[in-house]
Ligand binder design. Structure first.
Ligand code: NI
Length: 183
């Protein structure tokens, strides 16, 4: 079990465009296992590989409603092949933007095409929370965050807050670390 560090806003790697997975080998399976360990530990319902620093088009998800139950889902190279004209609004959050929630409008129903862990092509029609989550995670693969869908005023405010917190954390680290003190 490997719980990996989750990248936090304003980490620039969150803006990278992830690369398609060419072959589902042992290293990809290990990465998927790490993603589940990290996602369940957080805890969260969805994770994109880039959130643990791997710019690969992989998403893990678990939308099990009942406490104690798990329904692990893996989407490799996922793409939206259809979306409804209708939109819906859901409150979203993100493990890379902890404790910040905002309503986001997205297509209410989408069809996603992807590869499963065996490399088989799959297709799923998503609505409700599934639709919100898969669109949020595919956004991550394209370097897009859910705060890009909210007003500029709100986005600027949250980016500023997290940038300030990151600077403060770096400063605090510097104080404790003899290595950087010696620099
Ligand atoms: Ni997210």
């Amino acid at each position: 079990m490997t719980v990996r560090d989750i990248l936090i806003l304003p980490d620039k790697r969150l803006r990278l465009i992830s690369k398609p997975v060419a072959k589902i080998d042992a290293s990809i399976k290990k990465l998927v296992a790490d993603m589940f360990d990290t996602m369940y530990d957080a805890p969260g319902i969805g994770l994109a590989a880039i959130q643990i620093g791997e710019a690969k088009r992989i998403v893990t998800m678990d939308l099990a409603k009942k406490e104690g139950e798990t329904e692990p889902l893996v989407f490799i190279n996922p793409e939206l092949v259809d979306e409804s004209g209708e939109v819906s609004v859901h409150e979203e959050g993100c493990l890379s933007i902890p404790e910040y929630y905002e309503e986001v409008e997205r297509p209410a129903v989408v069809t996603v095409k992807y590869l499963d862990l065996d490399g088989k092509v799959q297709q799923a029609k998503a609505s409700g929370l599934f639709a919100t989550c898969i669109q949020h995670e595919i956004d991550h693969l394209n370097g897009v965050l859910f705060i890009d869908h909210i007003s500029k005023l709100k986005r600027d405010r949250v980016v500023k807050k997290f940038t300030k917190a990151a600077k403060q954390a770096a400063k605090d680290d510097g104080k404790d670390s003899p290595k950087s003190a010696a620099k």
